[in-house]
Design a protein around this ligand. Structure first.
Ligand code: 5GP
Ligand code: ZN
Length: 120
């Protein structure tokens, strides 16, 4: 049986802990944002809560302010990155069918090109 994802073994928790290097673009008490290692757009940033939450499906009433700050931070980074005027894509994959590969909640901030809808 594989170990359930936990803060001790989670890849993004390890980035938060500084155990795995990342190109960090935003760092505050609650939220970290860093460049995706395999960018799918000219700008591709992952915005994550520092606290381990597996996905949007694991958010609670108590974590609602954190979820709001996640989106707000993504929008602010879009301005700082110079992609806000043209528009950008925010997406959070949830679970296997949603295409989630890292089980720590993250919002993809992608910009610098046009995107199609619906995504594949
Ligand atoms: P998901 O597939 O879960 O929606 O997104 C996970 C994202 O994490 C992918 O876009 C993948 O490229 C990125 N990623 C995986 N491992 C690392 C890593 O070690 N460092 C960084 N910066 N990004 C990673
Ligand atoms: Zn984690």
């Amino acid at each position: 049986m594989p170990e359930p994802t936990s803060a001790a073994t989670c890849l993004f928790c390890r980035i938060v802990a500084g155990e795995i290097p990342a190109t960090i673009v935003h760092d505050d008490d609650d939220i970290l944002a860093f460049r995706d290692i395999a960018p799918r757009a000219p700008t591709h940033i992952l915005v994550i809560p520092k606290r381990h939450v597996a996905s949007a499906a694991d958010l609670t009433e108590e974590s609602a302010p954190l979820a709001g700050r996640l989106l707000l931070t993504a929008a602010r980074i879009a301005v700082e990155e110079g992609i806000a005027a043209d528009g950008y894509r925010l997406v959070s994959n949830v679970g296997r069918w949603g295409g989630q590969t890292v089980d720590h909640l993250h919002v993809h901030l992608m910009g610098g090109r046009t995107f199609t809808w619906p995504p594949g």
